[in-house]
Design a binder for this molecule. Sequence first.
Ligand SMILES: [Zn+2]
Ligand SMILES: [Zn+2]
Length: 293
Amino acid sequence: MTPRPSRSREGPEHPYDGRVGVLATKHAKLPLIAPPLAAAVGLRVDAVAVDTDSLGTFTGDVPRRAPALDTAIAKARLGMSAAGRSLGLASEGSIGPDPAVPFVNADREIVVLVDDDNGFVVWESHTSWDIIVASTSAGADEDLSQFLSSADFPNHRLIVRPNSGALHPIYKGISSIDALATAVSECAAVATDGLARVETDMRAHACPSRRGVIAAAADRLAARIATLCPSCGAPGWGHVDVVLGVPCAWCGTEVARPRAEIAGCPACEYREDRPLIPPDTRVDPGECSYCNP
Ligand SMILES: [Zn+2]
Ligand SMILES: [Zn+2]
């Protein structure tokens, strides 16, 4: 018999203790997501291999249609129906330029748990700006050493396709110089401009800089699931919203700054406000649109 993982949680049994959830993954995410859930609440997570590519891929051959959270929930449901389970998990990443930080790429990873016995979804996310994203175009036999160093190759793997015209061939998961040279010369040969497109392969098993972000999102999800609703006892109690509005020191007009955090339950309507600042806080008139238009 395998020993049960040690748990930090005290008190009564968690509703998921000893239960099984399925993780829909093709890309080796089980070691990132299963351990924190086992440790936090005693939930066992098994992988189920389903083809999630129909929901959109990082390699761009299938465009993603739904926002990341909806895609993650749809993935979890694919796994649940494949395995015949009522508890499912999945993760989904969004990688691209951060609108708030020019020239910097952000990786936001969402991990969801879908509970169809009780009819709710719990999710958490984590964002990192340390993601490695690189792309270039190259002709056959071109020296790519500078690009390969910026792409952290072969630790991070690559995708090669024709730069223009033809859509195929596409080589994914390239991790050796020989395979790269072959792919570049074959793709350049069929491209209308004679170049191959070389870019980082953002799939989780090919991209180590994503893996830590997925693990961090899974840690947050585990902590949230460990927290039970004070009203109905369902797992997943935590932050759901903020309340804006702090009065101006001169005129009292409310400025759109966070005043309180709202904690909520995924299964029932119960909510609690937690003040983020002392009740007598006033903002500087310089921030007030009435005093300082
Ligand atoms: Zn509740
Ligand atoms: Zn004012």
